[in-house]
Write a protein that binds this ligand. Structure first.
Ligand SMILES: [Zn+2]
Length: 263
């Protein structure tokens, strides 16, 4: 199901994909279109619905919070069919030019992320009515960026907020960096956050604070256990016991271990 709706001046669309682990659940993907600027392109596995949305709205430029396939999966299509610039962090430009070899579970859920040619993002993106400041926010991915519209107090957060209490993360995530990025974001003035997976949320700062406090609490527990001589593997087993369906299905690409080892 693909739903299109408006929020103030923003045209929003929402699609979803089923996560194959048990218990399975639907993960939403939000598309935000403001003044001709599309924020994140969604995955290739939602191409059919997304193309109808793209073809029936005016898109002049595209911003990608980062290069993961659920955000950048339609960048190639948008570039070829609509011939619009795709803005991405400078550090990901080379990677964008090649199609990655993704594990099967990722291809099943999100589909391919075809190669495309991105433009380096500067420190702000402008549209007719808005200015979006570009804020580096590594952690979920080294070259992750969020957009801040000061006058509207909007924050387009990519994957920075998403899961408030992660228990398992991907091998290339770094939770210490996420802590620093959240601290940096909390210095900005904003009230509404636009998350790619959890949608539009009003009590934005409280949500970031709640995630920050969860991670800081976890970090304290981890450090105490390290001081008692436990290894990160042992700490991960102690803090997150029980079956790990996501870890199993992803062939270990997701694991509580990465959460522990990067805090
Ligand atoms: Zn991501």
């Amino acid at each position: 199901m693909f739903e299109v709706f408006n929020y103030e001046d923003i045209i929003c669309a929402r699609g979803s994909r089923e996560m194959p682990w048990k218990p399975s659940f639907q993960m939403n993907v939000y598309y935000y279109l403001i003044d001709g600027l599309l924020i994140d392109s969604g995955p290739y596995s939602l191409a059919e619905e997304a193309i109808e949305f793209f073809n029936t709205h005016k898109i002049e430029q595209v911003f990608l919070s980062h290069i993961h396939e659920d955000h950048a999966g339609m960048a190639c299509w948008l570039q070829e069919k609509l011939q619009v610039p795709i803005y991405l962090h400078e550090g990901s430009l080379e990677e964008a030019g090649q199609e990655p070899e993704l594990a099967k579970y990722r291809l099943d859920i999100w589909g391919r992320r075809q190669a495309f040619k991105a433009e380096p993002i500067s420190d702000a993106i402008k549209t007719g009515s808005y200015v979006f400041d570009v804020i580096n926010s590594p952690g979920h991915y080294p070259y992750h960026i969020v957009l801040h519209e000061k006058n509207k107090a909007w924050l387009f957060s990519g994957d920075l907020l998403n899961n408030l209490r992660p228990k398992s993360i991907m091998f290339d995530e770094n939770m210490n960096e996420t802590i620093l990025s959240i601290r940096k974001i909390l210095d900005l003035d904003f009230t509404t956050v636009f998350c790619t997976h959890t949608g539009i949320r009003k009590n934005a700062k409280e949500l970031f604070l709640s995630k920050l406090n969860y991670l800081l609490g976890l970090q304290q527990s981890i450090q105490a256990l390290r001081n008692s001589g436990f290894s990160d593997t042992e700490i991960a087993e102690q803090l997150f016991p029980g079956p790990d369906p996501i870890g199993n299905l992803s062939g270990g690409e997701f694991s509580p271990y990465y959460l522990v080892s990067t805090l």
